[in-house]
Each structure stands twice: as structure tokens, then as C-alpha cells.
Design a binder for this molecule. Structure first.
Ligand code: G6P
Ligand code: MG
Length: 217
């Protein structure tokens, strides 16, 4: 049966999660809100707008729409400044091998990301050509854990939800995949991603045997 492989971007393909963290930390600390790595887990996979709301909730800060818009812009400008020199060296370990294996085996591949900066990042890292379908933050209304982004990706790949395999580093993303009844694969820490069907520390732990197993499932 035809399978489809859906990849999240930030923290899965490319090591941008650390830049999102730095940029949000600057905004939060500027507002006198403490922002730890643990808080950051709440923001992974979540849209920019929702992320700011979560930070303001953490700090019990109320703000006007005007201020929020200003901080959203600041955050993105700061974030983009980290991406200026981005290249293929920021692709996470093992990712290229897995993408190449799937391509060689004619597997449909999609991006399913909440980011509005997805395309330039794929271009800069030279990974754009691997993707048959791209669904990103510009295409969806509802942020993960809402499954909208993955449902759209599966539909465009022309695969049934049960035949879609999702690689995710965020709790919200794993939840979204599970809600969509897709096969969820967590990339990261077991303690954080325990809701995933399979968990790997990184892509170097994903063997071709395992991928073949998924393809022929
Ligand atoms: C991904 C990241 C989030 C980020 C979101 C929006 O899901 O994990 O940390 O906030 O995308 O990204 P953007 O590039 O549009 O701000
Ligand atoms: Mg992610």
C-alpha cells in the first residue's frame, strides 16, 4: 500500500529550534518573564502567534494587539538574523541518509511545518528538492496539536491518514499526528515524546530495515 512520509522542519530536519528559543527568550526576558528550556517545549511545533500568547500567559502579562504585533515582528527579525548564514551544515544528523533512502525507494515525501519561514530554510540547506509536497504555516489556520497541517499533507500526497508516517520533535506535533490517526515517530527525548508510537534520539538511529518495515507495513 502507498505510504507517505511527512517531516516536521524545525528540530527535525534542521537545527533551528535553538534559534527560535533564543529569539523567544529575548522577547520574554524583555518583558520580565522568565523563559527556560522547559517552557520552550510548550512552544515547539506551535505557531508564532500562539507561541507569544503562551509566553504572555506564563508571565500573566496582558497586552494590546499593537504591542503583540510589535513583539511578533521583533521575534521574527531576530530569528531571521540567525538564519542569514544557514547552509547544509545545519541539517540534523542522519536526516540526509533517510531522505535519500526514501527518495531512492520512490516514497512520497511531504513537509508539514507550522513555520512561515519553511521554504527559505529548505532552500538554504539544499533539501527543497526532496519534497513532493510542502504544507507550512502559510497554508494552515489551526496550529498543532490541531492535525490540519498533516491532514493537508497526506491529502496532497494522496495517501490515507493511516498510511502517513510523521516525524516530529514536538509534543504538539506528536499529538497532531496521533489525532489524525497517523503513525507518529518522535525525534528526541523519550521522557518528552512518550506519546509517540516510536521514539528515536535522532535520525542516525533510524535504520533502513526500520524504514523498509514502514514502507511494507
Ligand atoms: C515551528 C517551530 C516553532 C515556531 C513555528 C512558527 O513549529 O517549532 O518554534 O514558532 O514553527 O515558525 P515561524 O518560522 O513561522 O515563526
Ligand atoms: Mg519541530
Amino acid at each position: 500500500k502507498r505510504k507517505g512520509f511527512i517531516f516536521d522542519l524545525d528540530g527535525v530536519i534542521v537545527d533551528t529550534a535553538k534559534y527560535h528559543f533564543l529569539a523567544w527568550k529575548k522577547i520574554a526576558n524583555g518583558l520580565g518573564i522568565e523563559f527556560t528550556l522547559e517552557h520552550n517545549e510548550l512552544l515547539k511545533g506551535v505557531s508564532r502567534v500562539r507561541s507569544l500568547d503562551i509566553i504572555l500567559e506564563l508571565g500573566k502579562v496582558e497586552a494590546s494587539q499593537e504591542d503583540k504585533d510589535k513583539w511578533l515582528l521583533q521575534k521574527n527579525e531576530d530569528y531571521l538574523s540567525y538564519l542569514v548564514d544557514m547552509n547544509e551544515t545545519e541539517i540534523l544528523p542522519g536526516v540526509m541518509k533517510v531522505l535519500k533512502f526514501l527518495k531512492e525507494n520512490n516514497q512520497p515525501i511531504a513537509l508539514g511545518s507550522a513555520s512561515k519561514n519553511a521554504k527559505p530554510i529548505l532552500e538554504k540547506t539544499g533539501t527543497l528538492a526532496f519534497f513532493d509536497v510542502i504544507v507550512d504555516g502559510n497554508d494552515v489556520v489551526n496550529a498543532k496539536p490541531d492535525p490540519e497541517v498533516f491532514l493537508q499533507a497526506a491529502r496532497l500526497l494522496n495517501v490515507a491518514n493511516e498510511d502517513a508516517i510523521v516525524f516530529e520533535d514536538s509534543v504538539a506535533g506528536i499529538q497532531a499526528a496521533n489525532i489524525a490517526k497517523m503513525i507518529s515517530i518522535g525525534i528526541g527525548e523519550e521522557t518528552t515524546l512518550h506519546e509517540a508510537e516510536y521514539i528515536f534520539k535522532d535520525f542516525t538511529e533510524i535504520s533502513s530495515t526500520f524504514l523498509e518495515l514502514l514502507i511494507n507495513k
